[in-house]
Structure formats: structure tokens, C-alpha cells
Design a binder for this molecule. Structure first.
Ligand SMILES: Cc1cc2nc3c(=O)[nH]c(=O)nc-3n(C[C@H](O)[C@H](O)[C@H](O)COP(=O)(O)O)c2cc1C
Length: 154
């Protein structure tokens, strides 16, 4: 079966963006960035600062930072969702995205980049937030994504 595939991603410093582009070209997908309505500044991204925006967001389970523009997932049956691991889980804006669209019956494939932490914690939380999706095991793509993505999207 020919899948219509969309690669979506959030990336604060460009690493996940590179992986997303590699996946999109490897599987022949459209690509759309999840852009925060309020961009993350360098100070926002400081995980050493207990009062930085990202530290506060990661501690607040209900935090849902708005996305700048809606992403229309309707035309697609398979959706990759990429993100950097923040505090061992997905950034809160990924939760916004999961709750902002109807993923029922869609194949959803997570991927992430990190400084070394795995993707499992994020995957568990994402499945819980969006149980109607048909979840495919995701992958940490710190060391290349193209070959894996091809298999995952088959
Ligand atoms: C606020 C914040 C929290 C982070 N938490 C983790 C973490 O828990 N584990 C980890 O391995 N890396 C962590 N990182 C590192 C990022 O996951 C890593 O640099 C990622 O590749 C950045 O992707 P990006 O360039 O697409 O934003 C964190 C980075 C930031 C800014």
C-alpha cells in the first residue's frame, strides 16, 4: 500500500530538524515544522536554571505552549513526530500538538534526538495522551534516521 506520509517536528537548536529532513527525503514524505507561537530563547533553553521557561514547562504536566500555525494532518495516514528529549521526555509543545489534531486511526511514529537519554519515557507519555493513534515503536535518531524510517513507514 502506498502511504501518504507527513514528517512533523519541533526543534529548538536544529538537530532534530536535520533528522526530520533526512527522514522526509528517505521516505518521500511532506514535512512540516511545529513552530512555537513564542520562540524559545537561549535563556528559555537553559536547563541549569531552575526558573527557566523549559524547566518550568517540564515540571507542569498541564502546560501546553501554543503552536504558531495549525498543521493539517487529515490528508495523511502516517505521521512521524520528531522532537528533542527535554528532561527525559517530550517537550510540552509536542503534547499541544497531540491534543490539537485528530490522530484516530493514523499511524504515528515518534523519533527524537538527545544528549544520550532514550525515547521510551516520551513514548509512554505520548501514547497515554493520544490513545486513539496507531502507535509504531519510535527511535532515538542521534546516529542517523533514514534507514530506520524507511522500515518503520513500510
Ligand atoms: C531544556 C533542555 C532539556 C534537555 N534535557 C535532556 C535530557 O533529559 N536528556 C538528554 O539526553 N538530553 C537533553 N537535552 C539535550 C537535547 O535533547 C539535545 O541537545 C537535542 O538533540 C536538541 O535537539 P534540537 O537541536 O532539535 O532542539 C536537553 C536540552 C534542553 C534545551
Amino acid at each position: 500500500m502506498q502511504h501518504k506520509i507527513l514528517v512533523t517536528y519541533f526543534s529548538a537548536s536544529g538537530v532534530t530538524a536535520r533528522a526530520a529532513k533526512e527522514i522526509a527525503s528517505s521516505v518521500g514524505a511532506d514535512i512540516q515544522e511545529i513552530v512555537p507561537a513564542a520562540p524559545y530563547s537561549a535563556a528559555d533553553l537553559n536547563w541549569m536554571d531552575k526558573s527557566s521557561r523549559t524547566t518550568k514547562e517540564s515540571k507542569d504536566e498541564t502546560c501546553r505552549p501554543p503552536i504558531a500555525a495549525d498543521i493539517d494532518i487529515k490528508p495523511y495516514d502516517t505521521i512521524f513526530i520528531g522532537f528533542p528529549v527535554w528532561w527525559y521526555k517530550e517537550p510540552a509543545i509536542i503534547d499541544t500538538f497531540l491534543e490539537s489534531a485528530n490522530f484516530a486511526g493514523k499511524r504515528v511514529i515518534p523519533f527524537a534526538t538527545s544528549g544520550g537519554s532514550g525515547i521510551d519515557g516520551a513514548e509512554k507519555r505520548m501514547k497515554k495522551l493520544c490513545p486513539s493513534a496507531d502507535w509504531v515503536k519510535g527511535k532515538l535518531v542521534n546516529h542517523g534516521a533514514g534507514a530506520w524510517a524507511k522500515g518503520a513507514a513500510e
